[in-house]
Design a protein around this ligand. Structure first.
Ligand SMILES: *[C@@H]1O[C@H](CO)[C@@H](O)[C@H](O)[C@H]1NC(C)=O
Ligand SMILES: *[C@@H]1O[C@H](CO)[C@@H](O)[C@H](O)[C@H]1NC(C)=O
Length: 475
């Protein structure tokens, strides 16, 4: 039922055609070069019979099991893939769910109560134009909430084991990001760090920890690593010391932004966007819409000007260039422009654009990168640390296949329109096809999804498989 509705993507179809062509050509040449014609004729008859047997004996399988398998149902959908057996610690409530009791004080700037609802997906969005008979996959998801969604997904994951002796991964579901942001203004470092210190005390008392000194343990954090690596020099931004604790250095830490220089045990995971499908149908419907989307703008910029020098300079430069170009759509986010907080307005700009500028903000990475990819908009990066040094588990190895890079110091970044105009249309189309094929791996599926309906590998599946491999190499 589910299978029959699937269509291979345009790119997948092309690829299948290519493979078929090469296969046919190869056997054709072999055939000509073979001097034992009788043997060949016999082989031909045998192959024909075998072919007939295939056709009549086995029902035809859909030609979708290709390299773009992320969008196609696996034969083993609903089972655990990739040699993962993850044990989830049942932590005292103060480390996760208990923090939510005081959700209005979890962030010094924002009331987080609406955002922690629905396992961290936030409030449902009902103005999105994806027709769907299934549950609504759209939520106003907060950018720093990946840790909650990750937890809910792993809780309900087919690779979860309740038997620690069978586990190769130990997940410590600490809501460290929510906790640190509730303490940004705490002047006393000992108080600010107290919960992190209690966490490592708890872990080191576990027999499961001692077995491998925590090398098979991991955290997933919804904020950037900078918030957990307080330095003694420099201004105090409110960070705690979690990632500098010796115990945590033995673990793997998944984070939306790793420290590219001091983060050898840190691995980037996507920021959550607004799309949390429960079925592969919802995913494919959206991907097809993005393939067909009209994109009148060459490029777009969404963001606020920043005060100050350094990182801010490139932003002002971009806003200036975008406003001067007739082919650029700008969504300026100063003075609390409400459109900038409206997911449907943001995605509308992105799905009408061919390229989306990703300026570094307060840190290197941006949630906006993932909104752009979800919209089929090719990201343009100005720092290698916005994506390339961050999300190696999730992104194609060759950056030029899915993105454009202009170093912020380069001359190119002064002539963005000109550089983008020069990229041939066919190349833009191929890049966009790659971007749209990347969507499933960068999406957090709905945590309530049944794995047999899901039928694609989402960000949590990819992370668990890559992490299990990493830990196997490490332990
Ligand atoms: C997920 O399922 C649980 C119980 O089955 C339900 O209480 C909860 O509301 C569901 N969550 C979402 C986000 O739909
Ligand atoms: C970290 O692992 C090393 C072994 O590689 C071990 O000697 C050390 O005690 C561990 N640290 C903690 C805090 O468990």
């Amino acid at each position: 039922m589910l299978l029959s509705k699937k269509q291979p993507s345009a790119a997948a179809t092309q690829w299948i055609e290519k493979v078929k062509y090469h296969k046919n050509r190869d056997s054709y040449f072999k055939f000509l070069g073979n001097p034992h014609f009788r043997y060949t004729a016999f082989l031909l008859v045998f192959l024909s019979l075998w072919f007939l047997l295939q056709v009549f004996w086995f029902p035809p399988t859909k030609p979708t099991q290709t390299k773009f398998s992320t969008t196609t149902p696996k034969p083993s959908a609903g089972k655990c893939n990739g040699d993962v057996a993850v044990y989830v610690y049942n932590l005292p409530a103060e480390f996760n769910l208990g923090l939510l009791d005081d959700c209005s004080h979890l962030n010094v700037y924002t009331n987080m109560c609406p955002h922690v609802a629905n396992h961290g997906l936030g409030q449902p969005l009902d103005n999105m134009d994806l027709q769907s008979s299934d549950s609504n996959p759209w939520f106003a998801t907060h950018q720093f909430i990946a840790e909650m969604i990750f937890h809910a997904r792993v809780d309900n994951h087919p690779c979860r084991t309740w038997d620690p002796s069978k586990a190769n991964l130990f997940y410590v579901p600490f809501y460290g990001g929510l906790h640190v942001s509730s303490n940004f203004r705490e002047p006393n470092h000992a108080i600010r760090d107290a919960l992190a210190v209690r966490l490592v005390d708890f872990l080191q008392a576990q027999p499961t920890w001692r077995k491998n000194n925590g090398k098979d343990h991991f955290l997933a954090l919804g904020r950037t690593s900078w918030d957990f690596m307080r330095t003694n020099s420099g201004p105090d931004f409110g960070a705690n010391c979690l990632l500098n604790l010796p115990c945590v250095k033995n673990m793997s830490v998944l984070t939306v932004e790793r420290n590219p220089w001091k983060g050898s045990n840190q691995h980037g995971i996507p920021y959550p966007s607004y799309f949390h499908p429960s079925t592969s149908d919802q995913m494919m419907t959206w991907q097809n819409m993005m393939r067909q989307s009209n994109r009148p703008y060459l490029f777009s910029f969404i963001g606020a000007p920043r005060k100050g020098v350094g990182k801010a300079a490139i932003r002002d430069e971009m806003i200036k260039q975008c406003m001067e170009s007739t082919q650029c759509k700008i969504l300026k986010c100063d003075h609390g422009n409400p459109k900038c907080y409206n997911p449907s307005e943001i995605l509308k700009v992105m799905r009408e654009s061919r390229f989306c500028l990703q300026a570094p903000g307060d840190s290197f990475t941006r949630r906006s990168t993932f909104d752009a990819i979800l919209s089929g908009c090719i990201p343009v990066f100005f720092s290698r640390h916005t994506a390339y040094t961050q999300y190696s588990w999730f992104l194609p190895e060759e950056a030029s296949k899915y993105s454009v890079y202009m170093d912020e110091q380069s001359e190119e970044s002064k002539r963005i329109e000109e550089v983008l105009m020069k990229i041939p249309k066919e190349e833009v189309d191929t890049m966009r096809a790659t971007v749209i094929d990347m969507i499933p791996r960068l999406t957090y599926a709905h945590p309530n999804a049944s794995h047999s309906d899901l039928g694609f590998e989402d960000a949590v599946d990819v992370a668990l498989q890559a992490l299990a491999q990493h830990v196997r190499d490490k332990v």
